[in-house]
Write a protein that binds this ligand. Structure first.
Ligand SMILES: Cc1ncc(COP(=O)(O)O)c(C=O)c1O
Length: 497
């Protein structure tokens, strides 16, 4: 017996699929062609919910008839209410306007649906993962065939997974016993991180039961990089308190200012302490593909693991994270489980390409495909040239804002992140923080530019992240003018109170 259901068959009609795709493609084409300066149209969630609900069918008994106009309206709402990542006004966060071709491949992936944790479920994605790992490892420098790479849905998950592998290496009994070292009388697990480490690392420590009290904070220098000389002392002091620092985490591109910790020196510090060195390169590992910028990660070949978000500086759709391990067997060390429905008792040539035993996720998107396709079609230079332009633009922006007497620049940029404050003479210390927050919100509310903010030493700063090669120094000057206009207005209002 076959299921004869006309409305159901219509939903799967390949011709309808083509028409729907054409509708979406036409709308996206005009979206990409619009180079006007715009940031975010911030919408009241209640208003947006109402608009979204108005697009929902009221038919609940049978499959609703397809309405092409409604599809166009959904796409229009989706595109319009997003941060305008393809506009030169977008300078705010670490995800990018993707290379459009990456979106095309993602779209194919969504239709053919090949989840990539196991070879049999995603053959090409599994092979593409291996190829991309080899390609990118040329810039890391580990021994071919001896290292491993798994994809994870985001840098946060990669950091957690790497810390888990590190913890299991230092405390092999915990996975089975489920207890911390301290409870059996030995030293208690701890990690050492910079002041500016991303919150996903300290969150991962919490998830692993390390606990905030056992996070050793390593001091940073004026450029906000970990001071390797002081790291030794801090780790020794922690060990004297009965802790065992099993992992030192260096950031290659910190989230607040894009600073690069000294990986080379920290690798020596970690080795002396018998600790794992994890490099959180979620933001900055992509600089490895540039001949000019690779030196920022000097010593990366000495790390034990590396988080690399391709959805940041490789300009592909989120999420797409690559977690590299210097020694392939450590990747399996993160998880020690058996599950007859997926893990084969008799491993064969295909099993070697499975990633499920090295990964928290079971079903996950074949996220490598957009990255591999761009790499296959355009090669390394696409990424290197865009990254070099963005870093260059950031230096130019720094010069622009440093020359303005009513602005202050608390750091020199190392990558594509720049922080600064609007602070004309006469603004007292206690007002600086709040002034930046107000400016940031008003810039966002204005809808022309999208920027972010971050606290540096407890005081808010305005933060731009250049992710769009269509943004120029001129656009940045316009942003500076807008900030000055908003800031001056806020100060006038305050003095008039
Ligand atoms: C340095 C760093 N690590 C980790 C993360 C988390 O990555 P994800 O957002 O992909 O989970 C970020 C995100 O901004 C980051 O900047």
């Amino acid at each position: 017996m076959t299921l004869r259901n006309e409305p159901l068959t219509a939903v799967f009609d390949p011709r309808l699929f083509r028409e729907n795709s054409q509708t979406a493609v036409a709308q996206l084409e005009s979206h990409l062609a619009d180079l006007s300066i715009r940031g975010l149209e911030l919408t009241d969630p209640l208003v947006l919910s109402e608009a979204a609900r108005a697009l929902m069918t009221t038919e609940h008994q049978s499959i609703a008839r397809f309405d092409e106009k409604k599809l166009a309206a959904i796409i229009e709402l989706y595109v319009r209410t997003g941060i305008q990542v393809h506009s030169p006004g977008y300078m705010g966060r670490q995800f990018s306007g993707t290379v459009p071709l990456a979106g095309v491949i993602d779209f194919v992936g969504s239709v053919v649906n090949q989840p990539s944790s196991f070879y049999e479920a995603g053959q090409l994605p599994s092979v593409a993962e291996r190829i991309m790992a080899d390609e990118l490892n040329r810039f890391i420098g580990w021994e071919p065939g001896r290292f491993a790479m798994v994809t994870t849905s985001g840098g946060s998950l990669a950091n957690l997974t790497a810390l888990l592998a590190a913890r299991n290496r230092a405390f092999p009994g915990i996975w089975a016993r489920g207890e911390t070292g301290g409870e059996t009388g030995g030293p208690r697990p701890a990690i050492a991180v910079s002041e500016d480490v991303h919150y996903s690392v300290t969150r991962a420590a919490g998830v692993l039961g390390v606990g905030e009290a056992r996070i050793v904070r390593l001091p940073v220098n004026r450029r906000r990089q970990i001071r390797a000389d002081r790291a030794r002392e801090a780790i020794a002091a922690a060990e004297a308190r009965g802790l065992k620092v099993f992992c030192v985490v260096a950031s290659a591109g910190t989230t607040p200012v894009g600073a690069f910790d000294p990986v080379d020196e920290l690798a020596d510090v970690a080795a002396e302490a018998g600790a794992w060195l994890h490099v959180d390169g979620a933001h900055g590992a992509s600089l490895l593909v540039s001949d000019r910028l690779r030196r920022k990660l000097r010593g990366i070949d000495k790390a034990d693991s590396l988080t690399w978000d391709a959805h940041k500086m490789m300009f592909v759709p989120a999420p797409c994270t690559l977690l590299f391990y210097r020694h392939a067997h450590e990747a399996i060390g993160a998880f020690r489980q058996r599950a007859s429905y997926v893990f084969d008792e008799e491993p064969d040539a295909y099993h070697d390409f499975d990633g499920g035993d090295k990964n928290l996720e079971c079903t996950k998107r074949p996220m490598i495909m957009p990255l591999w396709t761009l790499w296959a079609m355009y090669g390394r230079a696409l990424f290197a040239e865009k990254i070099e332009y963005l870093c260059h633009l950031t230096e130019e922006a720094h010069r622009i804002v440093a020359a303005e007497p009513d602005f202050e620049t608390p750091h020199s940029p190392e990558a594509n992140i720049l922080c600064f404050r609007y602070r004309p003479g006469g603004v007292e210390d206690e007002h600086v923080h709040h002034l930046q927050l107000q400016i940031r919100n008003q810039v966002r509310g204005g809808g022309r530019f999208f920027i972010s903010k971050v606290d540096l030493d407890g005081v808010a700063a305005l933060r731009v992240v250049f992710m769009n090669h269509q943004t120029t120094g001129e656009h940045f000057r316009m942003l500076v003018d807008e900030i000055r206009r908003i800031g001056a207005h806020l100060l006038t209002k305050r003095s008039g109170r």
